[in-house]
Design a protein around this ligand. Structure first.
Ligand SMILES: Nc1ncnc2c1ncn2[C@@H]1O[C@H](COP(=O)(O)OP(=O)(O)OP(=O)(O)O)[C@@H](O)[C@H]1O
Ligand SMILES: O=C(O)C[C@@H](O)[C@H](O)C(=O)CO
Length: 329
């Protein structure tokens, strides 16, 4: 369970990073070469997490730079309607574009994402565009790893972390590793390690922690020992359909199991998991329950076509937990 600040924060969760467009294959179970139609949704991991958190009822804000074009306006309008505070959407004035993610659904097990992220507006967020009071008024700040990939967004993320630490605001780091945005694994490892050492909660897949550690086949024990030594209090390590683990700096280990579902595609799992896990944690549920919430939300989203639009409500999550068997390990 996370220490909840004594006064209610203006926003229980503020996420920082990209808000983009997902174009999800309408004709699925075929390669993208043969896909002719795509449906448009808001995408980008931290935007998806903000939308998921708002749908669960958290007061949620978002900090990010969006393009001054039709896509940017669509993103803003969708997120506002979803209940995300849009006061800290910064509109790009230099002609940068919205990132696009085309998804390929070859089969429920074989999905991939083709990203168009050259010169994207979100990576041009500048440190001076981060408002200290917005961070000060948050209960939890979530930083997306992709925001660290390039300057000036990298410095903007670090500035937000510095404000959070100055005001005692808890920080979550979602590793959210997207290789095409980075120049080298060594660079990613350096910035991931520096930022993880500043954060209270770290969430990632086993593979993403290997990127952070710049090694192959690392162990969860090695990962948590490094992160707890640098100050983290809660570390979540996801293992796909095999489930997930949460570790606390007081020595407890919790196991989360994935729920059986009819999988349509695999992407969106991580973002819905983070939204629901953090919702449960922020609202004072125990860590075992938070893992159930995260896993249940992910199992709902992987059965649906989108990531953002499919984010579940608390009722949907609780019904699924009550009715659906877990996938045994
Ligand atoms: N096929 C599946 N069926 C049911 N639940 C799943 C499936 N795949 C993943 N999940 C759930 O989603 C959680 C997160 O999945 P995963 O470890 O793949 O994260 P991720 O790689 O961040 O996701 P994404 O594919 O969105 O990037 C898992 O811990 C599990 O509970
Ligand atoms: O994070 C992205 O930029 C793409 C996402 O929006 C996409 O829906 C996805 O990969 C979710 O995991």
């Amino acid at each position: 369970m996370m220490d909840i600040p004594s006064s209610t924060p203006r926003f229980e969760l503020v996420t920082l990073g990209r808000a983009c467009i997902d174009l999800n294959a309408v004709e699925y179970n075929r390669p993208m070469e043969e896909t002719m139609t795509f449906s448009k949704y808001v995408g980008g991991s931290p935007a998806n997490i903000a939308i998921g958190a708002a749908r669960l009822g958290l007061t949620t804000g978002f900090i990010g730079k969006i393009a001054d074009d039709q896509h940017g306006r669509f993103i803003r309008s969708y997120m506002e309607h979803a209940g995300v505070d849009a006061a800290h959407f910064v509109v790009d004035t230099e002609g940068h574009k919205t990132g696009l993610a085309f998804t390929e659904i070859k089969s429920p097990e074989e999905c991939s994402i083709l990203m168009y992220r050259d010169d994207v507006a979100d990576l041009y967020l500048r440190p001076e565009e981060i408002e200290e009071s917005y961070i000060r008024d948050a209960g939890l700040l979530l930083i997306s790893g992709t925001a660290l990939a390039q300057s000036p967004s990298r410095e903007a993320a670090v500035q937000a972390i510095q404000y959070a630490r100055r005001h005692g605001v808890k920080i979550a780091f979602e590793l959210d590793y997207r290789p095409y945005t980075w120049t080298s694994p060594a660079e990613t490892s350096v910035y991931y390690s520096l930022v993880a050492a500043q954060c209270d909660i770290v969430i990632g897949t086993r593979d993403e922690y290997d990127v952070m550690e710049n090694r192959s086949h690392g162990s969860n024990e090695q990962t948590i020992s490094t992160l707890f030594a640098s100050g983290a209090s809660l570390v979540v390590i996801k293992h796909g359909v095999e489930g997930s683990y949460a570790y606390t700096n007081t020595g407890e280990t919790y196991r989360g199991h994935a729920y059986k579902t009819k999988v349509l595609k695999t992407f969106g799992a991580g973002d819905s998991y983070a939204a629901a896990f953090l919702y449960a944690t922020i609202r004072g549920k125990d860590i075992g329950t938070a893992l159930q919430y995260g896993s249940a939300a992910a199992s709902i989203v992987v059965s649906k076509h989108s990531s953002s639009d499919a984010m579940p409500t608390v009722d949907e999550i609780e019904t699924l937990i009550a009715q659906q068997p877990v996938i045994p390990s």
